[in-house]
Design a protein around this ligand. Structure first.
Ligand SMILES: Nc1ncnc2c1ncn2[C@@H]1O[C@H](COP(=O)(O)OP(=O)(O)OP(=O)(O)O)[C@@H](O)[C@H]1O
Length: 309
């Protein structure tokens, strides 16, 4: 598998503060890699070093074999960037913005024309291509920025919070565009706060905390790594006496919220059997019983909290 991104001990200091601290990872061709972390963790600084916007103090970033600092022109031809804040000129139309971007990459006019038609069609803006961007909704602007980042047919796309502040429909549209691009071979490096988004899209995620990479794995593996305790949500047809740990085999803790019991269990099978037996003893029926797997959100909180200790 071709290595598309390699970060090797990337380190960045601002004054005395080390905000990115020996971060190393690789992203392979065709992957969607999620880069997660709390505010101020060092995501944007790392991305800026990977994309050659910011020099590192030490360590290297390599894009498709090109060192981003030593061969920035070659490296930059191979990737597109969707920045956190819009880089589209609002006084210009979508088409004019696409042209400016194409000229930045020194593309021939015929190619800019062809790519503009293709990409504005892809992102659903072809009918509005002559309208000034200031009249666009936030979702339309974001789709335009995505189209602009693809003008030079990159193989790799960096996106910083691409769905931040978008409504459900626009979010859905951006995510399905990313899936389609990925299906056609695009490698994607996605910075996000949205765990559900990362969980749905990413093959692997890296979690950065206080400048250090603290976890790097597939979302399912991160979730199962913290899956030491299971949660069962159960509701009974009638009120039952308080469930105490020790009352039922396999149960660590039980709390009632609303009409449901949230039960933390050590042994899922034993706990389900004892809950069923308990409902019989109490002469009541089970109305719902769900076993809940940990979410990536929970994994993220647990992992970042464990590191704080
Ligand atoms: N130019 C700069 N000068 C000094 N400190 C900076 C500079 N840029 C970033 N920092 C600091 O570096 C740390 C990491 O910032 P960074 O923007 O990389 O975090 P982030 O993970 O992208 O956060 P967010 O999710 O809020 O965008 C923060 O403490 C930030 O204040």
């Amino acid at each position: 598998m071709t290595e598309v991104i390699r970060a090797d001990c990337l380190t960045k200091k601002f004054g005395k503060n080390t905000v990115v601290d020996h971060v190393s990872f690789e992203v392979s061709e065709g992957e969607i890699f999620g880069f997660l972390g709390q505010n101020g963790a060092g995501k944007t600084t790392t991305t800026r070093m990977l994309t050659g916007v910011l020099p590192s103090n030490s360590g290297t970033a390599t894009i498709l074999g090109y060192d981003i600092m030593k061969s920035p022109v070659y490296a930059k031809q191979r990737f597109g960037v969707v920045p956190e804040t819009s880089n589209a000129y609002i006084d210009l139309s979508a088409q004019q913005n696409m042209f400016l971007m194409g000229e930045l990459y020194d593309l021939p006019k015929s190619k800019i024309l062809r790519r503009t038609e293709e990409l504005l069609t892809l992102v659903g803006l072809i009918e509005r291509k002559d309208q000034k961007v200031q009249a666009y909704s936030k979702g339309m602007k974001q789709r335009l920025i995505l189209a602009m980042s693809l003008i030079h047919e990159p193989e790799l796309l960096f996106l910083d919070e691409p769905t931040s502040g978008l409504d459900v429909q626009s979010t859905h549209m951006i995510l399905s565009l990313l899936r389609d691009l990925n299906r056609n071979g695009m490698t994607i490096f996605l910075t996000t706060h949205n765990m559900e988004e990362a969980n749905q899209l990413c093959n692997r995620v890296g979690i950065i905390r206080a400048g250090k990479m603290i976890a790097l794995d597939a979302p399912e593996k991160l979730k199962s790594a913290i899956d030491r305790e299971h949660r069962i949500e159960v509701s009974f047809a009638k009120d039952v006496p308080s469930i105490e740990p020790g009352d039922l085999p396999g149960i660590i803790r039980a709390e009632k919220t609303g009409d449901k019991w949230q039960i933390i269990v050590s042994d899922k099978d034993a706990a389900i059997r004892s809950i069923v037996a308990y409902s019989g003893e109490q002469n009541t029926a089970i109305v719902t019983l769900n076993t809940l797997a940990p979410t990536l959100d929970e994994a993220f909180i647990r992992l970042t909290r464990e590191e704080e200790k």
